[in-house]
Design a protein around this ligand. Structure first.
Ligand code: G3P
Ligand code: CA
Length: 263
């Protein structure tokens, strides 16, 4: 069994502020196979990398991300709340890559400039609120960068993910060549046999679900699906998912995960 792919969840987000360019570049430096990011829409229709619906936890702003324009969000500080925003030693310069809002477009450009193979997992948030606009804009952006029809030899390959079957179905219709992950926090009744809907090829169970349902990963794999598990930060959880032969682990701590995988 090959080692699973290691994806940096919101970047190297244990050490640096999540969803900042600095957190993603750190994860690439550490050797992560791929990066995970959440995207939502600004009031003027830009895709930005922010997890929460509200600005309060990860910036010095307040209120809904979707109520602000991109220009307004770019005025905010998305890093200073995190201890990793302080330079760790004398030769480390604190630049705005640790504090500035990251757009998905800027992240795509960074990944394409990495000069090595990178997988990018893009999770769409709040599909029902935007009536499909997130998915349409995501596919348009990926097409502009030549990333909507990935081939195995491409250095950068994008996979899209959602907890929402509706969003995943929309993605399958808009860009059938893009791999898709259906994220699972609880086990829906219809998934008991391990079959995913709409031709989705990858299941994304949370680690809590994997712990609670030891038969889940084997049944998903036996039905021909790949399995990516989130968020695997604890070494004991990594042992658990390795024993279950998962295909990918999504972690806030890529360096620690890679060190454990290398033994
Ligand atoms: O990678 C999947 C995971 O990110 C889903 O949960 O809340 O961190 O977006 P959340
Ligand atoms: Ca996510």
């Amino acid at each position: 069994m090959d080692s699973p792919l290691v994806f940096a969840h919101r970047g190297a987000s244990y050490d640096l502020p999540e969803h900042t360019l600095a957190a993603y570049l750190r994860a690439l430096d550490e050797g992560a196979d791929g990066l995970e990011c959440d995207v939502r829409l600004t009031r003027d229709g830009h895709l930005v990398c922010v997890h929460d619906r509200r600005l309060n936890r990860t910036s010095n702003g307040r209120g809904l991300v979707s109520a602000r324009t991109l220009a307004e969000l770019e005025e905010l500080d998305f890093g200073s709340w995190h201890p990793g925003c302080v330079p760790a030693d004398g030769d480390e310069v604190l630049d705005d890559s640790r504090t500035r809002l990251l757009t998905l477009e800027r992240l795509l450009e960074a990944v394409l400039a990495a000069g090595r193979p990178v997988r990018l997992l893009v999770e769409t948030k709040h599909p029902s609120r935007y009536g499909g606009d997130v998915e349409r804009r995501l596919v348009t952006l990926l097409r502009r960068y030549g990333l909507a029809d990935p081939r195995p030899a491409d250095p950068v390959r994008v996979t899209v993910m959602s907890f929402s079957p509706l969003a995943v179905r929309r993605m399958r219709a808009l860009a059938p060549a893009l791999p898709t992950v259906l994220l699972l926090e609880v086990l829906p009744r219809w998934l008991r046999l391990g079959r995913l809907p709409f031709g989705v090829g990858i299941a994304g169970p949370g680690i809590g679900l994997v712990r609670a349902r030891p038969a889940l990963v084997p049944s998903l794999r036996a039905a021909g699906n790949q399995v990516y598990v989130w968020t695997v930060n604890d070494p004991a959880d990594l042992d658990l998912v390795l024993a279950a032969e998962v295909d990918g682990v999504i972690t806030d701590r890529p360096a620690q995960t890679l060190a454990q995988l290398r033994g």
